[in-house]
Design a protein around this ligand. Structure first.
Ligand code: A3P
Length: 348
């Protein structure tokens, strides 16, 4: 089926063979192709359309917390913070769940769409598949492993999503809480470029400049970037959405933890927050290891440059951008933030 109307009201449009061939020069393709979701033009593996309505209609609980981000903006960091605050605030090492990788403890509800990829289909999701067969006996994988695990998860849940607000239920912010983390688009770009090279599902071969232009034109899965961030930014005064940035977290993690603590109504002590700050520091998280299955990565790039934990710094774009790319990005940024009141910090 070429076109489909989603419960969110969006219309889907499969990319044509011609478009796919153009897109596939540097991207390993998904078996089902790619789909564009209109009007914003969200681009995903086409199999996403199998799960999107179920995700839209997922039964939300009042104590659910969603961590929502455009990829590479600080998801894993905030995810571990939220998970610790909500499910293990004393960092009890005997907590049974902590033995699971983060991506199983706090699932990306849409992650099944990635495993439609030729290179990931085989082993890229073993820990999720194992959990699925354990907690969802008799259920069908094809209906989405992540969403079905999440439906069975005990409360309070910490759910991850890279889908934007408008693809989720229209009453989302009336029913539960969302923490949105944005990151300055220059550092996002460097981090995203690394990720699309190291992830088997990406295996991107082109240059950073080529990639950045494709992201700016919305031609890479998960794009476009701006509507994603701006939809959340416009909700920044909604009491059920906490909008923050990677840069603010880097500048003052304790300040951020206090704000999140208040937002969640957790009443954790300063001592607990301090320990959570240490537990979720870049070096602690990197030492504990990848939050996802290693089979997800291309081994040699992962060895040399890291996987989910690469550098964890601000301003790394300065080490990678040519003056020309920087100029193009500045233009793209100023065109898109105009009249929005959104400002990013770009320094180190
Ligand atoms: P870099 O590639 O710039 O190093 P996401 O989790 O959304 O995929 O974002 C990944 C980015 O967050 C990577 O950025 C990664 O290094 C950084 N990151 C992950 N955990 C972090 C932490 N605890 N502190 C700071 N940065 C972290």
């Amino acid at each position: 089926m070429n076109k489909q109307r989603l419960l969110s009201g969006h219309e889907t449009e499969l990319l044509t063979n011609e478009e796919l061939q153009k897109a596939s020069k540097d991207l390993v393709m998904y078996k089902s192709g790619l789909v564009r979701i209109l009007p914003d033009g969200w681009l995903y593996p086409a199999i996403a359309t199998r799960y999107l309505d179920r995700i839209y209609n997922m039964e939300l609980r009042s104590d659910d917390v969603l961590i929502m981000t455009f990829p590479k903006c600080g998801t894993t960091w905030m995810q571990e913070i939220l998970w610790a605050m909500i499910r293990n605030p004393d960092l009890d090492p005997s907590n049974e769940e902590i033995k699971e990788p983060l991506w199983v403890r706090s699932l990306d509800v849409g992650i099944d769409m990635l495993f439609d990829n030729y290179k990931l289909a085989k082993n890229g999701m073993n820990s999720i598949a194992e959990k699925f067969s354990r907690v969802c006996p008799g259920k069908k994988k094809e209906d989405g492993m992540a969403i079905q695990i999440v439906e069975n998860q005990p409360s309070p849940r910490v759910i991850k999503t890279h889908f934007p607000l408008d693809l989720l239920h229209k009453d989302l912010l009336k029913k539960c809480k969302v923490v949105y983390v944005a990151r300055n688009p220059k550092d996002m770009m460097v981090s995203f470029y690394h990720y699309i090279r190291v992830a088997k599902g990406g295996s991107y071969q082109g240059s950073l400049e080529k990639f950045a232009r494709e992201v700016m034109r919305g031609e890479i899965p998960y794009c476009p970037y701006w509507p994603h961030v701006l939809q959340a930014w416009r909700q920044r005064d909604n009491p059920n959405l906490y909008f923050t940035t990677y840069e603010d977290m880097k500048d003052d993690i304790m300040g951020e933890l206090r704000k999140v603590n208040k937002f969640l109504g957790k009443n954790l002590t300063e001592e607990q927050l301090k320990k959570i700050a240490e537990f979720t520091s870049f070096s602690s998280m990197k030492t504990r290891g990848e939050p996802i299955d290693k089979a997800f990565y291309i081994e040699d790039i992962w060895q040399k440059e890291g996987g989910m934990f690469r550098k964890g710094i601000k301003g790394d774009w300065k080490n990678h951008f040519s003056p020309k790319l920087n100029q193009e990005m500045d233009q793209w940024i100023s065109d898109n933030v105009k009249d929005t009141g959104l400002n990013f910090k770009f320094g180190n």
